[in-house]
Design a protein around this ligand. Sequence first.
Ligand code: GRF
Length: 204
Amino acid sequence: MRLAVFASGRGSNLDAILSAIKRGDLSAQVVLVVSNNESAGALQTARRSGIPHLHINRDHFDSDAAFDNALLRALTDERVEIVALAGYLKRVSPAVVARYKNRILNIHPALLPAFGGKGMYGMKVHQAVLDYGCKVSGVTVHLVDSEYDSGPPILQRCVAVADSETAESLAAKVLRAEHEVYSQALQLFAEGRVRIDGRTVEVA
Ligand code: GRF
């Protein structure tokens, strides 16, 4: 499975995906790393690992269509089959979502539909979980549509919230779960085991 990973930041999920591939737990090849952020850790990883990478930003283009075309051309050139958003802080445009319908995944560090949507990323998510007094949080891997965090879930995993939890300790716990769950979800696609019908996602 030819995979593109889109990331805006640190890139620990990209690292986990690459490790899963190396271990033989994920039958995929990362053929492209895309970032809107020139200093993203994910781009550094791509450079170090010799993976084709692209720093691309809507601001570099005169129109949405020109940006979409450049992005789609890069995906087509690398014959990308599945796109994994891993901490990509930009909305994916309707044109790209349409071209890769049901083939773009995202990972979110909470149990959607709670604690998701525009602006809910990073530590804000974990602080909101604690402020609400939740006893569990978790990870959601979901399909991407043109809104933030609104496509149907593929896999979710719970993480317990301890009485003494801080946003930092919860973030670390959830991130450990993310690193396992994302590769598992991607492997389901690699094995062709995912059936999608509207919001119903079934694993065969
Ligand atoms: C992760 O918590 C992911 O769930 C969210 O953004 C964060 C990215 O972390 N979408 P990293 O850049 O993969 O380390």
